[in-house]
Ligand binder design. Sequence first.
Ligand SMILES: [Zn+2]
Length: 375
Amino acid sequence: MNFQVTATQSGSLARTGVLETPNGSIKTPAFMPVGTSGAVKTLSAEEVKSLGAEIILGNTYHLRIRPGEKVIEKFGGLSKWSNWNGPILTDSGGYQAYSLGRAKNKLSKITEEGVKFRSHIDGKLLFFSPENVLDIQRSLNSDIAMVIDDCPPIEATEKRVRQAVYRTTDWAKRSIEYWQQQKMGEQGRALFGIIQGGLFKELREQSAREIQELPFDGIAVGGVAIASEGKEKINKAVDYVAHLLDKSRPHYLMGVGEPADLIRMVDKGMDMFDCVLPTRLARHGSFWTTEDYQLKTISHAAYTEDSAPLDQNCQCPTCQKYTRSYLRHLFMVNESLAMRALSIHNLSVLLELMKRIRASIENDTFKTEFSDYVS
Ligand SMILES: [Zn+2]
């Protein structure tokens, strides 16, 4: 992998760059749609590509359970198998192993060796280690693989977060060692490390130092993923490390995807984002507009006879073809086209926003253009 910074914004940590992977290059800052189980929910790979996405994220946990990475390996990896044919990033699966396993049967357990958990589908006992999650991601033929980390809930105690930072560093070292020993970085594949530390400044700083000492291709900030965690918490966790991040490597903020958060986090030097929000919100009938990037709900009675598109300024296929009235009706009668149409629109809003952000950084106008969001 190769990463080049192409422009920087004065008075900000915002920058544009180009990330080259074995399956193509990506302009940053970039938003990565999430294809949880091999597809961005309700959409085809071709549709996602036509909206301007250059990289998608696949979930190791879900693909490990169904159909199993060996099936996908037979087809040359996830990118080919799904007809995406472009760059992919895969997570380690650790977060889902812990959270889904814990939610379903309280049986997932983190030890020094890794995470023991039961499949949320059939209860089968499974195990993720720093080494075997890299094997799985290699079978998926990821362009960018993620290390497994210990990611406690954001409200965890300082004692628990300290333990997570210690374990995350220990696992990061094992990951790098295995990655190098197995020559997994050949052909330009990349491995990213993850900074933990919750909402504790000293622990975030320690984790940033320890992770960046290792020769990772990129650096991720983890542990702020859940949308409900709130803006203050995301701000805090990122502020503690933003100035410490190695400028020569790409910075990936995991799980953040509200439009206003994307703008604020680009200002803090973040280059890559992923989030299930655009498609999850669409399935619940919610959409953003580019006017103020606030959420609206299609079920609103005022839309019953509204002949306008979801967003007057949006060029996406949904806004070119359908009225709010029709989309509201589809949603009210549970037609799956409503979910697809809103998913297309929401993804388009985020991907177009990233395009606008990149252009403004190149023109050195990011701070003025987005002054409503950044100070
Ligand atoms: Zn639209």
